[in-house]
Design a protein around this ligand. Structure first.
Ligand SMILES: Cc1cc2nc3c(=O)[nH]c(=O)nc-3n(C[C@H](O)[C@H](O)[C@H](O)COP(=O)(O)OP(=O)(O)OC[C@H]3O[C@@H](n4cnc5c(N)ncnc54)[C@H](O)[C@@H]3O)c2cc1C
Length: 472
């Protein structure tokens, strides 16, 4: 009996010890640079750091990589590219700078904008050298000139960018650990020393000489959104579920400062309930917005804050985006919307109005009036500047849209070297950040196409600087 009991106790002890070993902290990896977040900014930083000779590990909390970058449908803003040249578009980084500052109501940090616009054309070249094929140039809201670079045929920019970066990272042997959530930036002896992560198998410590935070924004964290913008309570979001602001919290805990943290953008054309965003390029290619009276009410290519506000002021707080077959033919991205069943289609404007519950007669009059504005190159009703295409090719299409939380312009304070700053404006040695997790580039309102420019430009800078800091 005694022997039996002691055997049982020994067994329990062994099982407990094994269990402790399994649950015990932590596997440890050593590297030069650890990048937190495998979206556009993070993958760009990782590739750049690796090319500079650093060992790099990327951690990503979701099962798949790509973050909000994967959702980007419009394009990448860059001025002075060969693709603009080929299309006969005259543009310059100075005009891009002025548009960005004006769009951001001059609240942007000027030197951060300067760095973005001066390096955006090189960012397009860099991506295209890796195989992205961003050669079509579209017009986006708030831009004086067409400078939003998208894949040939007008396909969505985000999937092309993510696939290109994923392949490039793979070819360079960069380790990307998915389902690995960074929870803490480690500091040893006053120096950034890596990160602590949570994984399904327990804790993981990644020891590194430099840390790049590229965790994206916080548009999918309703508590954080309402904390900074109580007026946005109850708004839907266009963001992927991982956009919860983790990197901002982590960096604040080790002394980082934030910049314009409460600056949040709503996107004006989001399908109610589903939260699917209809890219600005649809308006850029000629679509108009009408209200329930069948009338236009705003220059459709005004900045997002202005268009959002105008839509919310209409009956029902929503509007209809109306376009013709010509727009559909010019923009491949529309095929995705059609495949998802988002479009109401009709053979005539009269019929389209009936289907929408809007007077078909008024709708037909509105479109005829708009076509005349295009012919006259002057829009006395709404002041639209870009009047390039008449809407006269059947079938006609419509989709109901309303604003939703889209982009968090505020975030960690950085300088032009992508170094994260503390409350005294001093760089925290070894800590870098790039992309939507940072603040200051976009000011009070981001222009469509500027975020993808931001993540590639600052991703490259963060990667190069982090590699140099690590001694490579
Ligand atoms: C629907 C939609 C369409 C858009 N279209 C355009 C467009 O056409 N042009 C444009 O310029 N901009 C567009 N934007 C904005 C742009 O896509 C984003 O601002 C940009 O891609 C953000 O890139 P990022 O690398 O900073 O972040 P993300 O791409 O969001 O990547 C961040 C990654 O970090 C991961 N992460 C977060 N927390 C942790 C953690 N604790 N540990 C590990 N990983 C973590 C996330 O899961 C995510 O994968 C669009 C945005 C949306 C939502």
């Amino acid at each position: 009996m005694i022997r039996k009991t002691s055997l049982m106790l020994t067994l329990i002890l062994v099982v407990t010890l094994i269990g402790y070993a399994w649950g015990s902290p932590a596997k440890t990896i050593n590297t030069d640079v650890v990048v937190v977040g495998a979206g556009g900014a993070g993958l760009t930083a990782a590739i750049t750091a690796k090319e500079a000779g650093a060992d790099v590990v990327v951690v990503e909390k979701m099962m798949i990589i790509g973050g909000n970058t994967l959702r980007a449908t419009g394009g990448l803003n860059a001025a002075g590219t060969v693709y603009q040249d080929k299309a006969g578009i005259k543009d310059s980084p100075d005009v891009h700078y002025e548009d960005t500052m004006k769009g951001g109501r001059y609240e942007n940090v000027p030197e951060l904008v300067r760095t973005m616009v001066d390096n955006a054309a090189a960012a397009v070249e860099w991506l295209n050298d890796l195989g992205a094929n961003l050669i079509q140039v579209n017009l986006s809201g708030g831009s004086t000139n067409a400078r939003s670079h998208a894949p040939e045929g007008g396909g969505a920019v985000g999937p092309a960018v993510v696939m290109t970066l994923q392949n490039a990272a793979k070819e360079r042997g960069i380790e990307v650990l998915t389902q690995t959530k960074a929870a803490e930036v480690l500091v040893e002896g006053g120096q950034v020393a890596g990160i602590r992560c949570e994984t399904k198998d327990g804790e993981l410590i990644v020891k590194a000489k430099a840390v790049v935070i590229a965790t994206g924004g916080y548009g999918a964290n309703p508590d954080m959104v309402v904390k900074y913008r109580p007026d946005l309570k109850g708004f839907a979001t266009t963001n992927h579920p991982g956009a919860t602001g983790d990197g901002i919290d982590m960096a604040i805990r080790i002394g980082a400062a934030t910049c314009q943290i409460g600056s949040i953008q709503t996107h004006p054309t989001v399908v109610p309930v589903s939260g699917i965003m209809i890219t600005e390029a649809v308006r850029g290619q000629g679509a108009i917005l009408i209200n329930r009276e069948g009338k236009r009410f705003i220059d459709e290519l005004q900045t997002r804050d202005v268009v959002s506000e105008a839509i919310l002021a209409q009956e029902g707080g929503s509007a209809f985006l109306v376009f013709d077959q010509g727009v559909r033919e010019r923009l491949k991205a529309i095929e995705d919307y059609a495949n998802q069943g988002l479009l109401t289609e009709a053979g005539s404007l009269q019929e389209l109005g009936d289907k929408l519950g809007v007077s078909g007669e008024v709708l037909a009059e509105t479109v005829a009036g708009y076509n005349k504005f295009v012919a006259d190159k002057s829009d006395p009703d709404c002041g639209r500047q870009h009047l390039d295409y008449e809407l006269n090719k059947a079938p006609y299409y419509a989709v109901e849209v309303t604003p939703a939380v889209h982009h968090t312009m505020g975030g960690l304070a950085i300088n032009t070297k992508a170094e994260v700053l503390d409350e005294d404006g001093k760089a925290i040695p070894g800590l870098y950040a790039a992309g939507e997790v940072t603040g200051g580039v976009h000011g009070a309102n981001r222009l469509g196409g500027n975020a993808v420019a931001d993540i590639i430009v600052y991703g490259r800078i963060a990667g190069a600087e982090a590699a140099a800091f690590s001694g490579k």
